[in-house]
Design a binder for this molecule. Structure first.
Ligand SMILES: C[S@@+](CC[C@H](N)C(=O)[O-])C[C@H]1O[C@@H](n2cnc3c(N)ncnc32)[C@H](O)[C@@H]1O
Length: 281
């Protein structure tokens, strides 16, 4: 959504917050916050996307005080079933909406302040105990040691780098079972690039991340709603993937014994008028 681009390494404020690090030590998960009673402790890597840790000192543009309409619509269409996990849940409006709809609803965000605000919202709405909010890293959710029927991602996927996307997909496997659905809303490549904001995501990139063991159910155009005063269109893709029964396996190439080459083989001519296949909308 409309979070500013990640500050550069040298940004003074950000630097001050970083603990002094020895040169090139391997990245080790920092101990997470205190475990919630009855829940495992999820590790949090503080150095990931630190701008979010400052965002909740105020009200970030995406924190509109209610669930994003695109997800409410999904729920109305019966696309959200059973137990629900919202990754990068922010201050919890979508989780609370799901709980109100009668789902077992969990939210995970790595910013403790966001989770604190989610819990306050739950209390103020008389919904204390009706939803579970945990501080944790979406790239470490395997530690939840359980699966959900539906996983929601409203504005998280587009924060990840390419390698993190792969890791995220693996983590989604850990918290889903065959038949589970994952709904992801990410800032799309249709969005004007001039104002900064998160990475733009293409349909092809979404499909590529979920290429093995997932069925693409839908990828449709959507919009993030943002607070008034932010002059952005916030074009998004709303993508839905279903976890397949048998995870697709990468087929290893058969080893072919080396034979002496007798004749040089002429390359076949390229077919004329090659077909361009467009990503499904
Ligand atoms: C653009 S905001 C969207 C928040 C919320 N989904 C909403 O719609 O209001 C992205 C959220 O993802 C969280 N986040 C980013 N990276 C994360 C990670 N690796 N693990 C957990 N939360 C993360 C941020 O703290 C932030 O709350």
């Amino acid at each position: 959504m409309v979070e500013p681009r990640e500050p550069k390494e040298k940004d003074g404020d950000d630097e001050r917050r970083k603990p002094a690090r020895k040169a090139k030590s391997p990245k080790v998960a920092k101990p997470g916050p205190k475990a919630e009673p009855g829940h495992p402790r999820l590790p949090v890597r503080r150095e990931r996307n630190s701008l979010f840790f400052d965002a909740y000192d105020g009200t970030p543009p995406w924190d509109i005080g209610r669930a994003q309409p695109a997800f409410v619509e999904l729920a109305n269409m019966g696309q959200i079933e059973g137990s629900v996990l919202d990754l990068g849940c922010g201050t919890g409006d979508l989780v609370l909406e799901m709980a109100e709809e009668g789902h077992e609803a969990w939210g995970v965000d790595f910013v403790p302040r966001a989770i604190d605000q989610a819990k306050v919202k739950a209390r103020l709405r008389g919904m204390e105990g009706e939803a579970t909010f945990l501080v944790g890293d979406a790239l470490e959710v395997e530690h939840l040691n359980r699966t959900f029927d539906t996983v929601l991602d409203c504005g998280l996927f587009h924060t990840f780098s390419d390698p993190e996307r792969e890791l995220y997909e693996q983590q989604l496997r850990a918290v889903t079972h065959p038949g589970s659905r994952v709904h992801i809303m990410a800032m799309s490549d249709w969005e004007d690039d001039s104002w900064g904001g998160p990475r733009r995501v293409t349909q092809a990139e979404l499909m590529d991340t979920f290429r093995d063991g997932w069925r693409v159910e839908d990828i449709v155009e959507a919009r993030f709603l943002v607070l008034p005063g932010y002059n952005v269109r916030a074009h998004a893709w709303l993508a839905s993937f279903v976890r397949e029964a048998a995870p697709g396996r990468k087929v290893a190439r058969k080893a072919v014994p080396n034979k002496p080459i007798k004749k040089a083989v002429k390359a076949a001519p390229a077919p004329k008028g090659g077909k361009v296949v467009e990503a499904a909308a």
